[in-house]
Design a protein around this ligand. Structure first.
Ligand code: SF4
Ligand code: SF4
Length: 482
């Protein structure tokens, strides 16, 4: 008799480590019912079944701790046996262990509770965006910056780091994440080095963990910079929107020349020296048809990547062709997914394929804006989101900075998905959370509504689950690879 087996994505680190150009979300966890021998359980009726090869069954849990659970036939039969209420004490051995895991994931629930109860967790990481310079050598079509010739000074930079650590300590965070950004951050690389050394000192002093990532356009990377970054334990995220012209039409130099060749060279240089860059791919109407090519390119190099949707801003309005036309974007994304299906990576895909939606863990808000995120501009002024640096609400000298950010009612409001019209009854709500609040506001003048990209999300989210299921089976040796 085959023993029951169950697979889920190990997500311990996904939410915090997966890199993107925004603030990370705060996860929720299952308020697990205490298990006693006389616990009565029932299968969660809210799941959706997805059929996988070799009789593996995938279960999507809209309110589970894991979005997708894969079960072999005996495990599926065991789960189904709970359609009628059953006592846990009726089980023993491997079946009991699997049933207990099913409770933790939300597949089995108490009949009184009817469904899983998710509870809020405290975000353990405070993230800060440091806008080191407004200057850039590129002129990307969707850039929201005015490109003033203004840099952050070492004095201001140190003050931003002091403020971040002060807030982290006073608000009981365990980790500080610094995003060194711009403009082109590598134009200020010596500042990054100085600031990160200072951050390491403060992290040690306050016994806080530190994560540092350099967000770059990838045109200025050198062997020396790579070695220095590795010495400082800094990670690298490079923006790369396509292969050849697909990238160049969105990310040219100020002179108009395309930047792909230089970025590709930098990526390969980094890889040759053992620095694996995260790649952020901005999807727009202009490059959607080239998505399958860039996915092929990053998979061939085994690069971590994320697909992020273009967000319109005041400066990008004239570029009409960047707009996210639903049919075109869905077709481009699905053709990219086909490429992934034939070259499934070892990393989870749950957090990286659907813009700001994140299927790796349930959460209430799309990002940590207004909660655990500070954005410092080059003058040390503080905003809630990097796309709103033109409307600061505080500065490095503000007392109780994080509380001021949390209490601010003037600008962007990061609404819980449970308070967004049309989202609160959606099956994807805890994983999609209604998209970027700024994007919703730009489209409708309201924060408490669903994303303007809702139809795109709904079309591709099931495909993301299917790909992740196939990936898990491949990793477990349960999938025949052609
Ligand atoms: S934006 Fe659409 S897919 Fe996302 S939670 Fe809201 S209704 Fe659901
Ligand atoms: S509000 Fe939107 S743009 Fe700003 S950090 Fe959140 S998801 Fe990103």
């Amino acid at each position: 008799m085959t023993i029951p087996r169950m697979f889920v994505t190990k997500y311990d680190d996904i939410v915090l480590r997966d890199e993107c150009d925004c603030a990370c979300a705060v996860i929720l966890c299952n308020d697990v019912i205490p298990l006693m021998e006389n616990s009565v359980l029932q299968s969660n009726k809210d799941v959706t079944r997805i059929q996988f090869p070799r009789n593996w069954q995938g279960l999507y849990l809209p309110d589970g701790t894991n979005s997708l659970v894969l079960l072999n036939q005996p495990a599926y039969d065991l789960w189904k046996s709970f359609q009628e209420k059953r006592y846990l004490s009726a089980l023993g051995g491997e079946k009991l262990k699997i049933a207990q895991d099913m409770v933790k994931m939300g597949l089995l629930v108490s009949p009184d509770a009817q469904s899983v109860v998710l509870k809020k967790t405290q975000n353990t990481q405070l993230s800060a965006w440091l806008h080191l310079t407004d200057r850039c050598n590129l002129r990307c079509a969707y850039c929201y910056l005015p490109h003033k010739s203004e840099d952050m000074t070492l004095k201001t930079g140190r003050a931003t780091i002091e403020a971040t650590f002060r807030e982290a300590r006073d608000n009981s965070y365990e980790q500080v994440k610094l995003k060194y950004s711009g403009g082109e951050s590598l134009l200020q690389f010596s500042l990054i080095v100085g600031l990160h050394k200072y951050a390491q000192k403060l992290a040690k002093k306050h016994s806080l963990k530190l994560d540092g990532v350099v967000l770059s356009n990838g045109t200025l990377l050198t062997e020396k910079i790579i070695a220095k970054m590795q010495g400082l334990d800094l990670r690298l995220m490079i923006s790369l929107d396509g292969v050849g012209d697909w990238h160049d039409v969105q990310r040219p130099y100020a002179s108009g020349r395309g930047s792909f060749a230089d970025v590709a060279e930098s990526v390969d240089l980094a890889l040759a020296h053992g620095l694996i860059p995260d790649t952020s791919i901005t999807v727009s109407g202009r490059n959607a048809e080239g998505l399958s090519e860039i996915i092929d390119w990053v998979l061939a190099r085994d690069l971590p990547f994320s697909l992020n949707f273009y967000r319109q801003n005041d400066l990008s309005i004239p570029h009409e062709d960047l707009k996210l036309e639903e049919d075109k974007i869905i077709a481009g994304m699905l053709s990219a997914f086909e490429v992934i299906e034939h070259n499934l990576p070892s990393r989870s895909l749950l957090a990286s394929l659907t813009d700001r939606a994140n299927l790796s863990a349930p959460h209430l808000r799309t990002c940590s804006v207004g909660d655990s995120y500070l954005v410092f501009n080059q003058h040390g002024q503080v905003s809630k989101c990097q796309m709103k640096m033109d409307s600061p609400i505080a500065d490095i000298n503000t007392e109780n900075l994080l509380q001021v950010v949390r209490d601010d009612k003037s600008g962007i409001q990061n609404i819980s998905v449970e308070d967004k019209e049309e989202c609160r009854d959606c099956d994807w709500k805890y994983f999609c959370t209604g998209g970027c609040s700024l994007e919703s506001y730009r489209a409708t003048g309201r924060y408490d509504v669903k994303s303007p990209n809702c139809n795109i999300y709904k079309a591709i989210l099931p495909e993301v689950l299917r790909l992740e299921g196939l990936r898990l089976l491949k990793e477990a040796g349960e999938l025949e690879v052609a």
